[in-house]
Ligand binder design. Structure first.
Ligand code: SF4
Ligand SMILES: [Zn+2]
Length: 474
């Protein structure tokens, strides 16, 4: 048997205890499809099932699959609907600007996904007349941003190719069904999951089968509290059988029950089996089926602190704020942000001041800036703390500088729909709260601050004096 990339898989993997037998494959397809047709959630990208044009169907599946990577279904629904309304076809998307794509993607995170989807749409329209490649192999080779999973999802759902697929939900379900307790991030183990998924997929209904397997993982065989009692695959599940046995110390011994032809004791007898829970890692009877899958311990996210200046310029009609575009590569590529700079060891904001000087902006001294506070945002691998300060400019730097360095001035309202990250929206919210007096300003002592304080004290004194002065008779 071959995988999606045409690589051969060692036969020994397929013949092992952790494999499915033919009768189990047939039972699994039947039970899962029946369950899926009764229980599938009503999701906007599934409404396209009746669309005759497979190419159009593929576009919808593609957009939804890219959005669903690392984002919850509930969040994606709204973004998907907005996206399809704005760019209902590949052709429409190919004519959009990256700025528009970033704007619509704003708040969804992992912005490179939107950028690459846009790039790939332009490629399909420019090089292939808007016709999507139909096989998983071609989708994988030809479309930027389309990985092995997305290629298999588009090919099976839109073009009925009999290819299995593996995502986080599928790994969870398969690892429990077949008691695969090895590290699920290990490339060899991932390969085994692909092998199992390719074996299980229903050749007549590959799209529905794959969606069913993912749906089961998302709604029944969930990470922390799976509903084994309602699971259509319970009779095939080694993990479930294992929890039913009294002697939980026999971690690799199982009893197959109910819908299988006969009751048999089975166990993985392979020496040093690389799919079983490793001997060094004990079975936790409190976890039950959630002993599977086993994941490597996550690395702690890197701690970073970044200085952010919110720079306001008072205009005739409305205040405007300075935004700078991020580089075209890396984290949050091409998005707009308030001028920022990583705070290094010495925690000085000098780098940011130098950067702003390059934009023609002189940063006022420490005591003449408002110290708004700290805003924490967690990216997948970075625990980011933004140290936010604010000040006002009398005049904007000349427009030539703005054009060269990609600066723009936006009103608070424009900021809401601009291509800026969720983290920067949070920063602005904290700033607005501060401005609205919801938080007491942390002013440092300094000339301007003193002036403000003195003016306010004088005003308060006058009010007190007028209050205590005897009123003259009218
Ligand atoms: S029986 Fe439980 S653990 Fe097994 S596949 Fe179903 S929900 Fe998951
Ligand atoms: Zn084993």
């Amino acid at each position: 048997m071959k995988n999606i990339k045409g690589k051969s898989i060692k036969a020994s993997i397929l013949k092992s205890f952790h494999d499915f037998k033919e009768n189990e494959v047939i039972l699994c397809r039947k039970e899962l499809l029946e369950w899926y047709y009764k229980n599938k959630r009503d999701l906007p990208w599934r409404k396209q099932v009746k669309v005759e044009d497979r190419n159009q169907r593929a576009y919808g599946v593609w957009v939804s699959e890219i959005m669903l990577q690392q984002t919850q279904v509930a969040t994606v629904i709204d973004y998907y609907n907005k996206w399809m309304k704005k760019w209902p076809t590949l052709q429409a998307l190919s004519l959009a600007s990256l700025e528009e794509v970033n704007q619509l993607w704003s708040g969804l995170g992992y912005y490179s996904r939107g950028r690459r989807l846009h790039e790939a749409a332009k490629k399909v329209v420019g090089e292939n007349g808007g016709i999507m490649p139909e096989s998983a192999d071609h989708l994988l080779k030809e479309l930027p941003g389309v990985g092995r999973y997305t290629a298999a999802a588009i090919a099976s759902i839109a073009f009925s190719e009999a290819t299995g697929l593996v995502d986080g939900n599928v790994v969870r379900v398969l690892s429990r069904l077949r008691a695969i307790g090895a590290n699920s991030a290990d490339p060899q183990i991932i390969e085994a999951f692909w092998e199992l998924a390719n074996k299980l997929v229903d050749p007549d209904q590959p799209g529905d089968f794959n969606q069913g397997l993912m749906e089961l993982g998302a709604t029944v065989c969930t990470p922390k509290s799976p509903s084994c009692a309602t699971c259509p695959l319970q009779s095939l599940c080694y993990a479930y059988s294992q929890t039913q046995k009294n002697d939980t110390k026999l971690t690799n011994k199982f009893v197959l029950n109910s819908k299988m032809d006969k009751i048999v004791d089975i166990e993985c007898v392979a020496d040093d089996c690389r799919f079983c829970i490793p001997a060094s890692d004990s079975w936790d009877s409190n976890l039950g089926v959630t002993n599977y899958p086993r994941k490597p311990k996550k690395k702690a996210p890197r701690e970073e602190r970044t200085a952010v200046f919110i720079i306001k310029c008072h205009q005739l009609e409305e205040d405007e704020y300075l935004l700078v575009q991020r580089p075209e590569n890396g984290l949050l590529a091409g998005l707009w942000e308030f001028p920022s700079s990583l705070l290094k060891e010495n925690k000085s904001t000098q780098d940011l001041k130098d950067k702003l000087l390059g934009y023609g902006i002189n940063v006022p001294c420490d005591s003449n800036r408002d110290h708004i506070g700290e805003v924490v945002h967690i990216f997948s691998h970075i625990h980011q703390t933004y140290v936010v300060e604010a000040f006002e400019l009398e005049n904007k730097p000349c427009s030539k500088t703005a054009a060269e360095i990609k600066l723009q001035w936006l009103t608070a309202q424009q900021l809401q729909s601009a291509a800026i990250s969720t983290a920067m929206k949070k920063v602005f919210k904290v700033y607005e709260n501060y401005e609205n007096g919801k938080q007491v300003p942390i002013k440092k002592r300094g000339s301007k601050c003193k002036e403000v304080d003195e003016r306010q004290l004088k005003k308060q004194k006058m009010l007190m004096e007028s209050f205590f002065q005897p009123k003259t008779a009218k």
